[in-house]
Design a protein around this ligand. Sequence first.
Ligand code: 5AD
Ligand code: SF4
Length: 441
Amino acid sequence: MGDQKKLYIKTYGCQMNVYDSERMAEAMGGSGYVETDSPDDADMILLNTCHIREKAAEKVYSELGRFKGLKAEKPDLKIGVAGCVAQAEGEEIMRRQPLVDLVVGPQAYHRLPEMEAKARAGEKALDTDFPEEDKFERLKSRPKAKRGPTAFLTVQEGCDKFCAFCVVPYTRGAEVSRPVDRILTEARDLVERGVREITLLGQNVNAYHGAGPDGDWSLAQLIWGLNEIDGLARIRFTTSHPNDMTDDLIAAHGECEKLMPYLHLPVQSGSDRILKRMNRSHDRDSYLRLIERIRAARPDILISGDFIVGFPEETDQDFEDTMALIEEVKYGQAFSFKYSTRPGTPAAERAQVDDVVATERLYRLQALITKQQREIKDSMVGRNVGVLFEKPGRLDGQLVGKSDHLHAVHVEARGAAVGEIAEVRIVESGPNSLRGEIVTD
Ligand code: 5AD
Ligand code: SF4
């Protein structure tokens, strides 16, 4: 296989980027590339970037700088930037870092093989279009390679919500849903290749409204459709917006056996004043009532959230409102960030909160979330949960997997294998994971 070239992809940011990187690797397979996990022996390096916060883009530039030596040694090495930084500042990247041969935005990945050929011919290639054609169809994988037990599947992309802090509507574009039959076909294909758990992805996944056999399907209908696939054992989805939590989706959490008891439902702030300024179009009370309804449908559901502290004009009282909301909801998992100015978004123009104040708020918020997370994790001890084994553990004879509630669980394998789901009794709660024993009777 002497003519095989090597592709190194480094993925930043969200799970959709992970999915996109897999699709790009498959597409480049058609141009004779196989993936490598080291940049040193690569013929092409792709950075799949994230633009959600400032540091993410800065990391990309510093990473690019580090490839200078490699490129000097290997003039044929091609370097590409993909993802949301590519979309937001494609030309700027080309100007600022002459090492870069190609820049491809998230909606143009299917054109990557042509762009690589252009770069090989010595030209720079830049494509940040939002083309009409269906990139997912064009990115279809050729070989039926075996896969691990879990996979992501993008069902919806883009966002029309325009939260005042967020670049997603600009980098990923308007909200688009993939048609039902393509998603079901891709899911069946994944299952044939060994996948037992699928996480449906979308920036606004619960706004899904893809063309189905009898009109548009909601996300709940899609989940029920996936529930029919033999061999598929678990369904998850992320990320949801509170305003798109429809009745059928809430009901599915109580009724659909393959839908896991975990919901990522960002609130961002607990202050009505800030939520308004964020253009979130829900308030504190509507969010809390929503959580109540979801818990009524599925009492053991684990709620996960996203929070921004130090949003422009956030006062101490606004922040205390967020802390009080967290106390009320009790989160099993959360991602929290200091507000980061994104040029071009409405909040960028507003009075910024002092950085020291914002940092202090972030620490306090994270301490509270960590405490809640630990309490919920500890409460699993003594319970039986389903665990899907994903890989061998560090110790001999051990397997690691995820529980229904997405906790990492270590068990003594006792004949069980990766890809299997077992009923596990949780016996211990450690700092980062749970330990359990396979229930045999
Ligand atoms: N600053 C800080 N956090 C942000 N997020 C999105 N934009 C910003 C920003 N400008 C956070 C939100 C979102 C998560 C993916 O990233 O909490 O839900
Ligand atoms: Fe960004 Fe999410 Fe708001 Fe859309 S709903 S603008 S993706 S934070």
